[in-house]
Design a protein around this ligand. Sequence first.
Ligand code: ADP
Ligand code: MG
Ligand code: MG
Length: 893
Amino acid sequence: DPHAAKFVYDFTEGNKDLKDLLGGKGANLAEMTNLGLPVPPGFTITTEACKVYLDSGEEPAALRDEVSAHLDALEQKMGKKLGQPENPLLVSVRSGAKFSMPGMMDTVLNIGLSDKSVKGLAEQAGDDRFAWDSYRRLIQMFGKTVLGVDGDLFEEALEKAKHAKKVTVDTDLEAADLKKLVATFKKIVKAEAGRDFPQDPREQMDLAIKAVFDSWNGDRAKLYRRQERIPHDLGTAVNVCSMVFGNLGPDSGTGVAFTRDPASGHQGVYGDYLQNAQGEDVVAGIRNTVPLAELEQIDKKSYDQLMQIMKTLENHYKDLCDIEFTIERGQLWMLQTRVGKRTAGAAFRIATQLVDQGLIDETEALQRVTGAQLAQLMFPRFDEHAKAAQVGRGIAASPGAAVGKAVFDSYTAVKWSRSGEKVILVRRETNPDDLDGMIAAEGILTSRGGKTSHAAVVARGMGKTCVCGAEELEVDTKRRRMTVPGGHVVEEGDLISIDGSSGKVYLGEVPVVPSPVVEYFEGRMHPGADDADELVEAVHRMMAFADRKRRLRVRANADNAEDALRARRFGAQGIGLCRTEHMFLGDRRELVERLILADTEEEREESLKALLPLQKKDFVELFEAMDGLPVTVRLLDPPLHEFLPDITELSVRVALAESRQEPHENDLRLLQAVHRLHEQNPMLGLRGVRLGLVIPGLFTMQVRAIAEAAAERKAAKGDPRAEIMIPLVGTVQELEIVREEADQVIADVQAATGTALRLAIGTMIELPRAALTAGQIAEAAEFFSFGTNDLTQTVWGFSRDDVEASFFTAYLEKGIFGVSPFETIDRDGVGSLVKSAAEAGRRTRPDLKLGVCGEHGGDPESVHFFHEVGLDYVSCSPFRIPVARLEAGRAAT
Ligand code: ADP
Ligand code: MG
Ligand code: MG
């Protein structure tokens, strides 16, 4: 039946694009096989077979026969049979999921060896030592990974054998010693696993395959998938690969290599080689490896061939590859390759290097880097030349370099930071009670929990440096101290440094240096200049690629001239959100208080009149800084009580004055106003356009300030491009009323100044009703700016300030969110409203300008979404602008 599921692929049948089905390792082994590279023959059992097994608890019925058929073919090709006593075929059983995953089952080598076939192998190879070494390795690996025996027991027995022989390295053990060791290992298996080490080669293979399947659901694998947001239903493939032997003497060996330096991207010879060794010996550090370059002296022929293969692989994959290889008696074998991991900096350098080599074009180069990597390169970092005592390493949960005094509870964190100290909050794990301390701290360090732990989620939300799950650190919150490996004790108040980009934890204060990439964006370092490093060059070029490619424009959220100028340096093409509320704070608070307390029309007008020139001055500066580029000014949005004193403080003040019989007329009025304005849910209360409609003169004062500032800039030969934005509109009527008044004010200002003004008026779309009636609203709006923070709050019905710290951790852990909807736009819910509103708006007004302001404007995944739904621009904080530019470019590829 040609439609029956196929569960097994020979290496000659697959290719690199079949990672879903064959896993990364299997797909690339097939690709190398088909490239004609020397890969030991073998076959791959698909992830589909694994899924059936995991769902039903049983291997698919057809699997056993298919495996038998492929094993037969393999035996035929190799001219020997699995585990056959005289001349055994040996295989490795290797796990290999789509994404490489620590916590999956380790590979078992030398399957097929038994008490009988070990002798055949010795005879065939003419090497007793080699055969017994291979056998003891099989029992050790099989015992540990398939039968679940504690691996230390084997290690200890091996150490004992070396000790008895007074040698230090395993290669000094002779055949007789290894033979004894095999007997010991078998005893360990029997005692620990309650069964004999299986002598039947096929049983060995089948048990190993099943163990790989089972390891998909091991605790460590599951934890890793949750942290890395890898779906739980992918399953793993299993590779069965005929053995080649690096442990056949000095003309054999095994090694790892990179086609270029994964840290710098430079081409060269990078890797390690170990003579007379097998499998993981290279990375396990049991003997000293030599740099790959030395292989040239050891085995020139294999070395040259390896260099040639690496070139072939780079040209084929058009990227940095890492590889595993083995040399068996002068014959080179390729055992693995994949597109190699690299640092964020190397990603940028490699992408531009490959463009220069003509291997990839600009569009492809943009696919090789991410906004997250760029963001990482923009954080200040610890000075790499500084001496630093690293004492631990956890999960890099939220990037940045933070230095401060260790404190072990939230209360102390707040207290110390109030008195000007920088602190790092150290906890075993955090919970909502720690929130104040987390806000007060420079950084957060925990010894428990992963990327979705409370500490990690909340720190990322706050943009605060966080290292979590640093398990070697023993945190004792009761005694306010932590013990680091080696026994040193960090007491409360001791300085520590944490690196949220690498997860490293240091004692003392490590000096921090600014990122060269930010120096470049700030214009303090120039590509091409002598002191500019390669990284700056690469970032400069990649930004140019992105700017050429992108359709989305990128604007900044900026409220003052200083931020506006920085935003311009970072490449902003205007301001997408100027909040006006800060213009009501500071010294101006008193004027605002008077406005709120005004009993008469006159009083109110008086305070508005006083506010007008102040606002106007702010706008003049802003329009000057953004001359020639659009500036969207949002009229006052927050609830008024935010401008009044704190209710408790005020109550105390009034009570005190009362008891002292001092005059407190004004405070009492204030207190009454605070009570009057108090709201249960201010987020859903008197704010946004509602303020403009119930406080006469407030919005018109703001519109006048904008219009007059624009007129003044025009008089000064400037090119002001102000846009007026009305927040929190729910229905077109609200907008029409405000618009009519605004148009009147603008007309007045034009007449009074004799200047023609072109001020677009538009609205935020941040309420579900606005999104649902966007077609009507567009009648009165020249532009929409999606306020996706509020839209997320109102669509989900939760307040960001209240819920992130309380239940998001649970939601992330249960997989309800992959990521907080405040971090990345919720495509299905909030996103679909954005999409339909954009379409409805454009149906009414084809030239309607569409943008987004709010956190999502600088989030990589969200930027891609906004590109897809056809917005004109995104707006984000000045520091996120480069990330948004890059991602907008990537989205357009
Ligand atoms: P991992 O995913 O941990 O890298 P691998 O399946 O690649 O696991 O195998 C672990 C080690 O065993 C590697 O060094 C690999 O090169 C080696 N190895 C795997 N299969 C064979 C084989 N058939 N012959 C020789 N060495 C092998
Ligand atoms: Mg490997
Ligand atoms: Mg809003």
